[in-house]
Design a binder for this molecule. Structure first.
Ligand code: C2E
Ligand code: CA
Ligand code: CA
Length: 776
């Protein structure tokens, strides 16, 4: 998931760069031909497009003429036509929308058939508009199937919009060129236009755009007041966005459509010159007149034919040939419109590159930028890095769906932000990971307190649609500058600390320390060596007999690992590490195979013997695999299901019970038995016990080892519960005759422990069993 996020933003960055090159180039284009040749060059860089073409409506508007996009030749008619009513391109025109399709062999659409014969499997068409009407389409096609989606449609629409705007502008330029012949004085203005267009192509934000435009307008039309207003659909009033020069006036009146020159131009959609203000009765003109202006121009700024604003210029003298300037102003507005849409697009793309779309939080890129800046400050102002990882989020996503998961993440974001101070920084690191930087914070007490507050707030139930969701979080902390001076390292350390927070149970906070890093290194080493352990025959099983009264009824298989380099590694160490990677699944498979082989042999001594095998909760996450492993082995050795007991710990209850229930039911119907291991140490609850039909409860050793009064009470309770649920109860870790005696008094009949037998290798076990069956 993280990788994807990064890939997408990388891709977007590249596309954004290509798009801005495209706009830069297209601004300079001097003819339709150049616009189309640029389109041919850039389209395949922006979107998957092995075929590019455009279509233009014929004058009768019934057909579309196809033009191939041919490099520097621009668009060349290929002498073919498409019916408007029966082509994908036509659909895009009729619906005035960018559409994408998979292309099948027997498509009824004419263009689809033509393209299918060229092996084109995906098609996308976007309308090209001129002022208000659609005049044709830009089309792309790809050899690959299903390559287009709503994201690519958005990009394609942008490209088509740019082309539309520039075709429109091109037309204006052509008009202007004609004008040049009529009015000699235009040549200067055209030069100015070309210059402005050039400068504007480098403008990065609206502010820059307006400062360039207003400067240019004042040059072209000798105006002393320039403004840009936008019509606000909601209030039905014009909002003044820019007035220059700033000091001039600021009548903060928002004019309406009625009785204003602005309204007139907005509604007529045509640029207008108001030669002599005294001749008009418009409210806005009257206001201008009052402060000394005599004539003026208003020109609509359009993006794709839609007016987005009005560019106004006013002069303190009556300009007699002001009409002549209208077309230049028009052109300038055209350029302004296109530039504004480009800048907006650029802003959007930049935002996408820096922010996470779902939560609106800064993304990982921004986090890096922020941390780099924070450590660049020379005084080493301390800060704390909180690495937050949600518990159980994956389960929510898997069981309730991504839409619910997304909404949940948004609510999580809000809760995290409620717990931190204004000056703190929060980011989405990816997936269900968040990072918070507590600025100016070195105090362990404060950062722990804030972390705990975050955890507490995330422990409360979330309400998403009809669902009530319980999650939680684990947080790791690292400190600047004490833990490291490097942002990357600080992040890594907080991540490591988070990992240990998670290990020590959920909803925990853990500070980073050196020994955590050492532990991680050791774990990685264990993981590496364990990967080769099965192949290198380094694993073996020992078996500990299980007793009913004084008789052996079965054995528990316990894993042992001896490695050349690490020596004897206890299962308590390596099993959790194997659970972290997917290694456990191979290990469990091996253990099952060995254990079932062993019990097959032992059944010759006593046909009722069974083997108890420890199965990790992680194995239950792939229940199909586990189930088929077990059933295949039982079948292979011709053993009944009750020769096997699966031992699971209480941590099954924190997983999604659905698949585990299925596993239970399927295996129980074959006679396989289930035991709940280490009972009393974890999530023990009566409700939980009722939810999965275990056969056996194994009372954890900790209760037996120090059997004080309280513990004895607990043991008695467990035994009674087991009895009432018709479960068997076995006491683990019985080391002394005294312990056995106490347990018996409480009603316990089944035992396991050093008092009865240590775990034994198979040869020892066979001797032990023979002796216990025929004691000499
Ligand atoms: P567990 O399932 O609770 O296994 C019982 C542990 O108690 C074993 O430790 C056993 O040697 C020890 N034990 C038995 N009787 C006594 C006693 O009287 N006193 C004391 N102090 N200890 C006793 P071991 O073999 O070190 O295994 C530790 C844990 O590692 C197991 O706890 C189990 O959770 C895990 N494990 C062992 N083998 C496997 C395996 O094949 N697969 C999986 N997933 N986990 C395993
Ligand atoms: Ca066990
Ligand atoms: Ca146990």
């Amino acid at each position: 998931m993280e990788k994807n996020v990064q890939l997408i933003s990388l891709e977007k960055e590249q596309i954004s760069r290509t798009l801005s090159h495209f706009t830069l180039e297209i601004v300079k284009a001097n003819s339709d031909k150049e616009i189309f040749s640029l389109l041919a060059d850039y389209l395949p860089l922006i979107l998957p497009a092995e075929r590019c073409s455009i279509t233009l409506l014929t004058p009768d508007e019934k057909q579309l003429e196809i033009y191939a996009l041919n490099g520097s030749d621009g668009a060349l008619s290929i002498g073919k036509f498409l019916p408007l009513s029966n082509s994908f391109a036509g659909d895009s025109i009729l619906q005035n929308k960018t559409l994408w399709h998979s292309n099948y062999k027997n498509s009824l659409k004419v263009d689809a058939q033509q393209l299918y014969s060229q092996n084109i499997k995906s098609i996308m068409n976007a309308p090209i508009k001129y002022e208000h009407s659609v005049i044709g389409t830009v089309n792309i096609g790809s050899f690959s199937e299903n390559v287009y989606n709503s994201d690519s449609a958005e990009l394609m629409s942008l490209v088509a919009k740019l082309v539309s705007s520039y075709l429109e502008r091109q037309d204006l330029l052509v008009q202007a060129e004609k004008g040049v012949e009529l009015y000699k004085s235009y040549s200067l203005e055209l030069e100015e236009l070309a210059r402005v267009a050039q400068i504007l192509s480098g403008a990065m934000n609206e502010k820059e755009v307006f400062s360039i435009i207003t400067e240019s307008v004042s040059k072209i039309v000798s105006a002393q007041r320039i403004s840009y207003v936008v019509f606000n659909e909601e209030t039905q009033l014009f909002d003044v966005q820019v007035i220059l020069p700033k000091s001039i006036d600021d009548f903060s009146i928002n004019f309406s459509l009625k009785s204003t020159a602005l309204g007139k131009v907005y509604e007529s959609k045509e640029a207008h010159f108001f030669e002599d203000f005294s001749a008009y009765n418009y409210i806005d003109i009257k206001m201008l007149e009052k402060i000394g202006f005599k004539s003026g121009w208003t020109s609509p700024v359009k993006i794709n034919g839609k007016i987005v604003g009005l560019l106004n210029a006013a002069s303190i003298s009556i300009v007699e040939d002001g009409y002549k300037k209208l077309s230049v102003l028009n052109m300038l507005s055209g350029i302004l419109g296109v530039t504004l849409s480009r800048v907006k697009l650029q802003g959007k793309i930049e935002h996408q590159a820096a922010y996470d779309e779902l939560t609106g939080l800064p993304n990982r890129n921004q986090l890096n930028v922020f941390m780099e800046k924070a450590v660049a400050i020379s005084q080493k102002t301390p800060f704390t890095v909180l690495f937050i990882d949600l518990d159980r989020f994956k389960t929510v996503n898997d069981t309730l769906g991504h839409a619910v998961g997304d909404l949940l993440l948004q609510q999580v974001t809000t809760r995290i932000q409620q717990q931190i101070r204004k000056g703190d920084f929060s980011a989405r690191h990816g997936g269900d990971e968040f990072v918070v930087i507590l600025s100016d914070c070195e105090s362990i007490k404060i950062s722990k307190k804030i972390s705990q507050n975050i955890i507490n707030s995330l422990k409360l139930p979330f309400f998403v649609g009809v669902h009530t969701i319980h999650i939680g979080a684990s947080i790791g902390l690292s400190y600047y500058p004490s833990d490291s001076l490097e942002p990357e390292e600080l992040l890594k350390y907080s991540d490591i600390a988070m990992y240990f927070a998670k290990q020590s149970g959920r909803n925990n906070v853990q500070l980073y320390s050196r020994h955590l890093s050492d532990a991680v290194k050791y774990n990685q080493k264990v993981d590496n060596l364990l990967r080769r352990a099965i192949g290198k025959n380094e694993l073996h099983l020992v078996y500990q007999p299980l007793f009913l009264k004084n008789k052996v009824i079965g054995i528990e298989a316990l894993l042992r690992w001896t490695n050349e380099e690490l020596g004897i590694v206890p299962p308590d160490i390596f099993i959790p590490i194997a659970e972290e990677s997917l290694l456990i699944s191979d290990i469990t498979e091996w253990v099952l195979q060995q254990s079932i082989g062993t019990i097959k042999k032992l059944r010759n001594l006593n046909p009722d013997f069974y083997v108890a095998v420890n199965v990790s909760v992680k194995d239950c996450l792939t229940p199909e695999k586990l189930q088929s492993n077990i059933l295949t082995l039982l079948n292979e050795y011709e053993l009944p299901g009750d020769s096997l007991e699966i031992e699971l710990t209480e941590s099954v209850f924190i997983e999604d019970l659905g698949p585990i229930e299925t596993l239970f039911n399927n295996l129980k119907s074959e006679g396989v038995r289930f035991a709940i291991d280490d009972f009393g140490t974890g999530y023990s609850s009566l409700t939980y016990l009722l939810s999965l039909p275990f056969n056996t409860i194994k009372i954890d050793q900790s209760f037996i080892r120090q059997s004080d009064k309280v513990k004895l009470g607990v043991i008695k309770g467990i035994i009674d519960i087991a009895k009432s649920l018709s479960m068997e109860c076995i006491a683990e870790g019985v080391e002394t005759a005294e312990q056995k005696h106490h347990l018996e008094k409480l009603g316990c009949k089944r035992f396991q422990g050093y008092y009865f037998s240590y775990p034994l290798v198979i040869e020892e076990l066979i001797v032990f069993l023979k002796n216990s069956i025929n004691p000499n």
